[in-house]
Ligand binder design. Structure first.
Ligand code: ADP
Ligand code: UDP
Length: 238
């Protein structure tokens, strides 16, 4: 497979078209951003760690019956994926309250959410990713009612699979964000799953092992991502 042209450079990844019109190459850069791109830094090894981490998680999800865009890793920082027609919403699942829900609803950080709660956000940095609901998504034709139902169903399924996977490795899956897209009439999980797009706490100490280390200036960002990878058994180059 050969890269042809760069399609777009997002905040953390660059996406290339290939000589196969149904496949893309995702290049995981070392760039790390927060607050809708206001805080940006390059962190050594982050692209590589996230590329292998994402590959590991996507393969687990695929094996458990979640259709994902992931096909194969191509190099330390690149993976081949199906070219999806992305749906411009983010699906957020929360098992424990933290981050924006705490600010919005004034609930206690760390509060367990039973049942877990689900939120949609519009993917739009200029508008600061506002929260939207099923009706907005249907009215503005970002997705159909069936697609909305499928995205929710798959997000809950991903939660069931990954909550247990992380717990078995001594971590709490606090929350996470997923993006979906269309491929040959079906909904597939796209983008990435890595500590950049979820919250993970050590189950005993509640130490943060995710991008909050970057957002909050706690340091040891990539070290924490590598610790998560190592606990799960993700193999990383030395
Ligand atoms: P952002 O857009 O949030 O800055 P990234 O830097 O991660 O994020 O950019 C990756 C872009 O690629 C995102 O816009 C994402 O929606 C898009 N994308 C992810 N997976 C696919 C796919 N399989 N097909 C097409 N686009 C994808
Ligand atoms: N998230 C993400 N991209 C976004 C917004 C959120 O990956 O554009 C992830 C974030 O890392 C967290 C979860 O989604 O794991 C919920 O994020 P929240 O709404 O709490 O927003 P935050 O306070 O993290 O900006």
């Amino acid at each position: 497979m050969k890269k042809t042209n760069e399609l777009y450079a997002g905040k953390a990844k660059t996406v290339y078209a290939t000589d196969d019109q149904d496949r893309l190459i995702m290049y995981f850069r070392n760039d790390t951003s927060a607050f809708d791109g206001e805080k940006v830094e390059k962190l050594d090894r982050k692209g590589m760690v996230n590329n292998y981490f994402n590959a590991f998680i996507m393969q687990k999800l695929q094996a458990a019956g979640v259709p994902t865009h992931f096909e194969t890793t191509l190099s330390d920082q690149e993976s081949v994926v199906k070219r999806l027609e992305m749906i411009p919403v983010e699906c957020v699942m929360r098992n424990i309250a933290s981050g924006s829900i705490v600010r919005r609803l004034g609930v206690q950080d760390g509060m367990e959410l039973k049942p877990p709660t689900f939120e949609f956000f519009l993917k739009n940095d200029a508008l600061h990713d506002p929260m939207v609901n099923d009706y907005h998504i249907e009215s503005f034709k970002w997705a159909t009612r069936d697609e909305v139902a499928r995205m929710k169903e798959l997000t809950f399924k991903v939660n069931d699979i990954l909550k247990q996977l992380f717990l078995d490795a001594g971590m709490l899956l606090v929350d996470f964000k997923l993006e979906f897209g269309r491929f040959q009439g079906e909904i597939y999980l796209g983008d990435e799953f890595s500590p950049d797009g979820c919250r993970l706490w050590d189950a005993q100490t509640r130490k943060k092992l995710d991008k909050d280390r970057f957002r909050q200036g706690l340091g040891g960002v990539v070290e924490a991502y590598e610790e998560v990878a190592q606990r799960l058994g993700v193999r990383l180059p030395a």
